[in-house]
Every structure is written in C-alpha cells, then in structure tokens.
Design a protein around this ligand. Structure first.
Ligand code: NAD
Ligand code: DAU
Length: 355
C-alpha cells in the first residue's frame, strides 16, 4: 500500500511522536498529519527535530469534535488514519473514568463516523485504512505463568482505561462488520523508551532515582508486564499499516516478561551505573505502597502472527534498550523538568496563539 496523506492522531504523545518521526523519515512523498489536542501528555517538543520537514503537518484538534474531524479528513484528503490519541494512564482512569470514556470511546466513534462519511463517497474507499492502536490490557489478566494472549483471546478488561480501549476496539470492528470500513487493529504490550510521560513506571522511577526520591512499588511488586521498546512498536505499526490484512488484528510484544520488582532492581542498577554511583546503592529507595485497585497480575503477548505473516521482529534486546532509555532520560533532564513542571504547556499555547 502507498498512502498520500496519513493522519496520525495523538502524534505529540509518547508512541505517536516516535511513529510520526518514522513515517516522516521513511515516506518523504507522503504527507504526515499529526492531529493532537495537546493534553498534559501531548508535547510538541517531542517532535522538534522534524517539525520543519516539508511532509510534516501539525493540527491542534480534539478527536471528539466530529465536525472538525469531517473537515480535516476532507481538507487533507486523508487516505489512512493511525489512531493513537487516547487517555493512556491506568491510575488516572481509576480517578477519572468519564474522561477516559469520552476520549477513548466517544473520540474513536467520532473519528470512525467521520472516516465512514467522507470515504464512503469515494470510489476507491476500500483502499483507505482506519488503523486502531490498542493494548494488551483489553484481554484482562493472565492468572498462570505459561499462557499468552493471542489474537483470539477473549476481551476481559478490568480497569476503566482498558474497558474504554476495549469498547473503542469493538466500535472499530463494528464499523468493519456493519459498513465494511477497511480497518486494522493491533494490541501491544508495555512500551518503554524516550519521551514517555514520567507518570509511567520506567521514566518516573529513573527520575526519582536521580533525585534520590522514593520508588513507590504497588503491592508486593509481583505483577508481570511484557516490555517492548517503543521503536520496535512503531516499526510494527508501519508494517501493519502497509501490509496488514483488512479486518485483522495483530498482537505485538517482545516475549520479554518482567516481574515489577525485578525490573525496578534492574533499573536501579542501570541508573546508578550511568550516574557514576555504586551499583545498587539506591535499593533502599524502594517503598512498597498500597496496590493499584483491580491491578492485573500478568500480561504476556504471543506475537507469532505478526512475525510469521508480516516478518516483524524486535531489534532491541532488553538490556541495551533499557540502557539507551535510562541514558536518554539522564541526558534530557530539561525535558523531564519541563514536562513535570507543566511549563511546556504554557510555552506551546503561546507559540500557537502567535502563529
Ligand atoms: P500518551 O498519553 O503518551 O499520548 C496520548 C496522546 O493523545 C497525547 O499527545 C494527547 O495529547 C493526545 N490526545 C489525548 N486526548 C486527545 C483528544 N481528545 N484529541 C486529540 N488528541 C488527544 O499515550 P501513549 O503511551 O503514546 O499511547 C498511545 C496509544 O497507544 C494509546 O491509544 C494507548 O492506548 C496505546 N498503547 C499504549 C501502550 C503503552 O505502553 N504506552 C501500549 C499499547 C497501546
Ligand atoms: O500493557 C500496555 C499498557 O501499558 C498500555 O496500554 C498503557 O497505556 C500503559 O500505561 C501501560 O500500562 P501499565 O499500567 O502496565 O503501565 P505503568 O507504567 O503505569 O505500570 C507498570 C507496572 O508498574 C504496573 O504493574 C503498575 C506498576 N507501578 C506503576 C507505577 C506508575 C508501580 O508499581 N508503581 C508506580 O508508581
């Protein structure tokens, strides 16, 4: 598939910014439109290195604004949508479920309806793509140590975040089954890497280790997550977008499971080493705190399908990916400070008002 105008929603966020960079670099003849509302998680500084490229365009908009979505799809003659815009943090969803339903469910529905309305009028509408970026959390929790989530695992979400993502996925599938909208879905495991908002485990803990602040491990730290470098995720997204079969879903993960407490210890060793401290000297920062409500025990992805059918495999091994990530955060303290202080929000609002 070759697309002329790819719309990436949520392109100023963590995964979205890596995806936009990859697409802008790899497809110079394709216009990449980054649509983002710039919530607390959206940060255009993530894209400063490519913001002047001729094939890159930024539009500040809310996916829930149906009229704006209709206009944007028409004006930019969008032929593929990669939909990442969402509220993404589980802890926040426990506090503010309405926001998650609004953005993740209603926002997705607004975009689907706009795509259907605009694309249905065109002869070649089967060559369009609506690609939903989803999560392994929709499958719920694995209770044993052996099983893996596959593409046919049942959806059993537990948190308001995963319930909203699951609901959005069901709408995406419904638009395929009801209106023949050409859709794709992928479900990925936990991502790590540069530009992740420091409310998530890895960047939060790197920042805290640096500042000798406590590391709040939920419960006993026995929950298991399957970690994948964000650049491996966006390479998979590129493959699914260009080669995936319409109507299909693809699981993406690195066969890289870590118990939280073991990951935290690894992170402390790595961060101490890179800071020139004695390895492990910050172990006493670990503080066991009350567990997350409804905390899923284990996620683990079987990514055999995307490997066999589309030839994807991760490039990063975990130790080198983690070291690259820790180094990045240590070298970008200004980014962390701006994000944690909220200063960048003010800065970019001013910049936009002056344009
Ligand atoms: P993020 O929170 O870093 O970024 C989300 C982006 O969406 C932000 O730039 C934000 O401004 C934007 N946004 C939020 N609401 C919006 C709205 N109403 N209109 C337009 N833009 C809006 O999230 P992330 O970690 O990069 O995740 C991106 C997507 O990938 C999400 O859909 C998430 O569910 C999915 N996902 C994330 C992971 C992970 O480990 N982070 C794993 C699997 C899937
Ligand atoms: O699995 C994919 C999902 O991964 C994505 O869909 C979500 O958008 C993304 O946020 C992530 O969800 P998690 O809840 O797994 O990620 P988080 O970094 O918040 O937490 C990872 C694990 O660490 C989880 O078991 C909770 C635990 N944790 C987290 C934080 C922030 C702690 O023990 N202490 C903490 O302070």
């Amino acid at each position: 598939m070759i697309f002329k105008n790819i719309l990436v929603t949520g392109g100023a966020g963590f995964i979205g910014s890596h995806l936009v960079r990859l697409l802008v670099d790899k497809y110079p003849d394709t216009r990449i439109i980054n649509l983002d509302k710039l919530t607390y998680a959206g940060n255009l500084a993530n894209l400063r290195d490519i913001e002047d490229r001729a094939n890159y365009h930024f539009v500040k908009a809310d996916i829930c604004d149906y009229e704006a979505m209709l206009k944007l799809l028409k004006d930019y003659e969008v032929d593929a949508i990669v939909h990442l815009a969402a509220e993404s943090h589980v802890d926040r969803s426990i506090e503010e479920p309405f926001v998650f339903a609004q953005t993740n469910v209603m926002g997705t529905l607004s975009l689907l309806e706009a795509a259907k309305t605009v694309w249905q009028k065109e002869d070649n509408w089967q060559s369009k793509r609506f690609y939903q970026i989803s999560t392994d959390e929709v499958y719920g929790s694995l209770q044993d140590n052996d099983s893996l989530f596959s593409e046919i695992s049942k959806y059993e979400p537990h948190s308001p975040y995963s319930a909203a993502k699951a609901s959005a996925d069901h709408f995406v599938r419904a638009y395929h089954d009801t209106y023949a909208l050409p859709i794709l879905i992928s479900n990925c495991s936990n991502n790590y890497g540069p530009y992740q908002f420091p409310e998530k485990l890895i960047p939060l803990f790197i920042n805290n280790i640096r500042h000798k602040k406590s590391l709040p491990v939920y419960g006993k730290g026995e929950n298991i997550r399957d970690w994948l470098h964000v650049e491996d995720h966006v390479r998979a997204i590129d493959l699914v977008l260009h080669k995936g079969i319409v109507g299909q879903s693809y699981n993406i993960g690195g066969f890289n499971e870590w118990k939280n407490i073991d990951l935290v210890k690894e992170l402390i060793n790595c961060t101490d080493r890179l800071l020139g401290r004695e390895e492990g000297e910050d172990m006493d920062l670990i503080t066991y705190v009350a567990d997350r409500k409804g905390h899923d025990l284990r996620y683990a992805i079987d990514s055999t399908k995307i490997s066999k059918e589309l030839g994807w495999k991760p490039v990063y091994d975990f130790p080198s990916g983690l070291e690259q990530t820790v180094s990045w955060y240590l070298e970008h303290q200004d980014w962390l400070d701006n994000v944690t202080s909220g200063r960048y929000v003010e800065y970019y609002e001013k910049m936009y008002n002056n344009r």
